[in-house]
Design a protein around this ligand. Structure first.
Ligand code: ARG
Length: 584
């Protein structure tokens, strides 16, 4: 089903000279006084033709055919064209939504292959709160892209290679507490890592030993390889446990080590094509000097002006690094999946890294680079209520597992107070859905590039823009059907009359407009905010219009509005990775 926005855009386009080249954008009006949808196309066209915008708008209206869906369009202000939808048109829309499994979300014209690189924790360290944003944002984007109809590959690019393994191997051989390893492998691995890394700072002997173990690992020593594999296995099983609790899955988990075999040839090719060159024994990529310095990731400005900020692709000891691995990964992904888009979800500190990688890639593989959209979807930090990085009371990083436990515990308390009738097992299950949902929603709601303050009380509140508020709106709708003993999903005729009914119908029809917008610049918060507006519009409708007490057509109409609202809320939350209970 084509959404109303696209429908109106097509109608406006049909009223224009096809050669005019002006982009046609119709968007929902921010203010009801300006109708339901608006376009500024007459103003753009007037500028091009050096004519009066209102006259241009008149000319468009003379050709515009929208009688089937809109009341006569109006010209307003400096030349806006305003559209007001006809109630009968909206009634048919709501009926169509009720009969549409996809709730009005059209399939895209071109199905795209999209790789989402997200979560990607480092091996041998417990997942902490810093990993939650990548996991939650990446999962939501992958869900939305696949629901839209794209072909999505979810790739967990775990950090399973690097210098840390030298220290881990020393610690594993000398300091391992086997009992502690069984009890909590990641905590024990982290302990030995910290121990050895502190010792390395004081004792050159330990540092030397760590180097030696690393070299043995890199040169394929069987014993070290086996230990390294064991570390990965233990880490992976703990990651999987967290992913299970979060309801997150991956199609592939190709960690950094997977690309080891390609690193040498990547560096060689970059050298051969004179993209990278020797610098102080290392191998680096420098600026080409083309283009504006502001946009050049290989330049940086300091007091004296612009200076070189090269990307290192091989260290002076001959070892490859994070950048080399990411280039090899890109090469592999292009060969294996030929994607149209690759989305990397990491924190904002990696912005320079990805700008450099993308720039090197377009010099190295220009044809591939022209075909694929590479997007670094970065995010800000989570802060404590004191405005400083979020930590435990004792100042440690917050373990993800503890955070999820606390979310469920707190949700349980809230639930006990709110609805004491809910019984043990059911209550636990609902608390899980609410607690995890609250954490996810609080993470998805802010503009992803800003930092946000982590607040249990706010995220678990049933008031305001929170997951429990949205889940509760869904539960309310379900209880209407239970109470009324009526079935959802039965075909019913819709005849919208009341203002509140019309407002809700318009909101519901926007669902199909919102999802593609999320993918435009990878902002799940657009969907979160839409769902909040929907819940508010639903509540206003529910206050103004009795449902079960209504009769005849009014009752049928309202039941359909309730049913579709419930389905949009449930699907919308599911696309954010958030579940809904039937009662709470
Ligand atoms: N392991 C990295 C980290 O924890 C994130 C990896 C992101 N993906 C990538 N292809 N570089 O920071």
């Amino acid at each position: 089903m084509e959404n109303i926005q696209s429908l109106l855009e097509a109608r406006v386009r049909a009223a224009l000279d096809p050669e005019c080249g002006v982009p046609v954008v119709v968007h929902p009006s921010a203010d009801k006084r300006f109708g339901d949808y608006q376009t500024n196309v007459a103003m753009l066209l007037a500028k091009q033709q050096k004519a009066s915008p209102r006259q241009v708008a008149e000319a468009i209206l003379a050709k515009l055919e929208v009688v089937d869906c809109c009341l006569p369009a109006e010209i307003a202000g400096a030349g806006f064209i305003n559209f007001r939808l006809r109630p009968e048109f909206l009634s048919r829309r709501v009926e169509a939504l009720a009969g549409d499994e996809r709730l009005g979300v059209a399939y895209p014209k071109h199905r795209r292959k999209v790789v989402v690189d997200f979560s990607s924790p480092n091996v041998a360290k417990p997942m902490h709160v810093g990993h939650i944003r990548s996991t939650i944002l990446g999962d939501a984007l992958a869900r939305i892209a696949s629901f839209l109809g794209h072909d999505v590959v979810r790739d967990n690019h775990i950090g399973d290679w690097g210098t840390q393994f030298g220290m881990l191997l020393v610690g594993w051989k000398r300091d391992m507490d086997a009992g502690a390893l069984v009890a909590d492998p990641l905590v024990e691995m982290e302990r030995i890592y910290k121990l050895v890394s502190a010792r390395c700072k004081e004792d050159p002997g330990t540092l030397e030993a760590a180097r030696h173990e690393l070299v043995r690992l890199q040169s394929g020593d069987e014993e070290n390889l086996a230990l390294w594999r064991e570390m990965i296995r233990l880490s992976q099983s703990q990651f999987d446990h967290i992913y299970g609790r979060l309801g997150v899955r991956f199609d592939v988990c190709l960690g950094e080590s997977f690309y080891n075999g390609r690193l040498k040839s990547v560096v060689q090719e970059l050298r051969d094509r004179q993209i990278a060159r020797e610098s102080d024994g290392a191998c680096c990529v420098f600026s080409t000097g083309e283009g504006a310095p502001e946009a050049d990731p290989f330049l940086i400005r300091d007091k004296e002006g612009w200076r070189a900020n090269p990307a290192l692709v091989q260290k002076s000891d001959g070892a490859a690094n994070y950048a080399t691995t990411d280039l090899a990964t890109l090469e592999y992904r292009m060969e294996e999946w030929a994607p149209d888009e690759i989305i990397y979800v990491t924190d904002g500190r990696q912005q320079l890294h990805f700008r450099q990688i993308f720039a090197i890639f377009s010099r190295w593989r220009p044809e591939d680079a022209a075909r694929v959209r590479l997007a670094h979807v970065w995010f800000g930090s989570i802060l404590g209520e004191d405005g400083k990085p979020f930590k435990t009371r004792s100042g440690d990083t917050v373990r993800l597992r503890d955070l999820l436990d606390e979310a469920e515990e707190r949700a349980l308390k809230v639930l006990e107070a709110k609805n004491p009738e809910l019984g043990g097992e059911e209550r636990r299950e609902i608390a899980r859905v609410i607690g995890i949902g609250a954490v996810k929603y609080a993470d998805l709601l802010p503009n992803r590039q800003s930092d946000y303050v982590f607040s249990w009380d706010r995220m678990l509140s049933f008031q305001g823009n929170t997951a429990p508020y949205l889940q509760n709106a869904y539960v309310r709708i379900r209880s209407i059907f239970r109470k009324g003993g009526v079935e959802g999903g039965a075909p019913r005729a819709v005849q919208l009359q009341e203002e509140a009914e019309l407002a809700l119908a318009k909101r519901l029809a926007q669902f199909g407009e919102v999802l593609p917008q999320v993918m435009e610049d990878h902002r799940p918060n657009v969907l979160a905010n839409y769902l909040y507006e929907l819940a508010n519009t639903f509540h206003a409708f529910y206050e103004a219009c009795p449902v079960l007490k209504a009769e005849g057509d009014a009752k049928d109409t309202r039941l359909v509005l309730c049913e579709v609202s419930g389905r949009v809320l449930r699907l919308g939350l599911e696309l954010l990775g958030i579940g809904v209970p039937e009662r709470m």
